[in-house]
Design a protein. Structure first.
Length: 145
């Protein structure tokens, strides 16, 4: 695990949060601090730094785990997927985060809908089977009388 570059530039709580994140997140934090120190200061001042870092971490990990790309360097993967190496401006963070949360909510809704559909299908099958059993029972009773 690499150390955080110039850790004193971060408020204590933020420094601790970054220190508990993945190696990828620390690598991103260091890249931003070295390449775009003013943007980092602005993100910290706006209170959006941690959200920006988490969003970038999510994207970079997603690209790293993309199957079939092991022959490419991390730089080539980032280029191929259009990942920015620089931090976003503070005004864009909220929209990206809200979009991600909306996608998560939609995914949860889809899972819930699939689960409900499965339950409905099972109940429908049970009702149909009960009806068939009842009809067969009535037919047997009529045949005996």
């Amino acid at each position: 695990m690499q150390p955080i570059h110039n850790p004193r530039q971060y408020p204590q709580e933020l420094r601790q949060a970054i220190g508990q994140m993945s190696d990828t997140a620390i690598e991103i934090a260091n890249r931003w601090a070295l390449g775009w120190p003013q943007s980092v200061k602005e993100l910290i001042a706006s209170g959006e730094y941690l959200d920006a870092l988490k969003a970038q971490e999510r994207e970079e990990i997603r690209v790293k785990l993309e199957p079939g790309l092991s022959h490419l360097s991390s730089w080539e993967k980032a280029e191929m997927y259009g990942l920015s190496q620089s931090p976003p401006s503070p005004s864009t963070i909220q929209n990206d985060d809200e979009e991600y949360e909306k996608e998560e909510e939609e995914s949860e809704a889809e899972l819930h809908l699939k689960e409900m559909h499965k339950l409905y299908t099972e109940m429908n099958q049970e009702i149909s089977q009960a009806f068939i059993d009842l009809v067969e029972k009535k037919t047997d009773e009529k045949g005996r009388s």
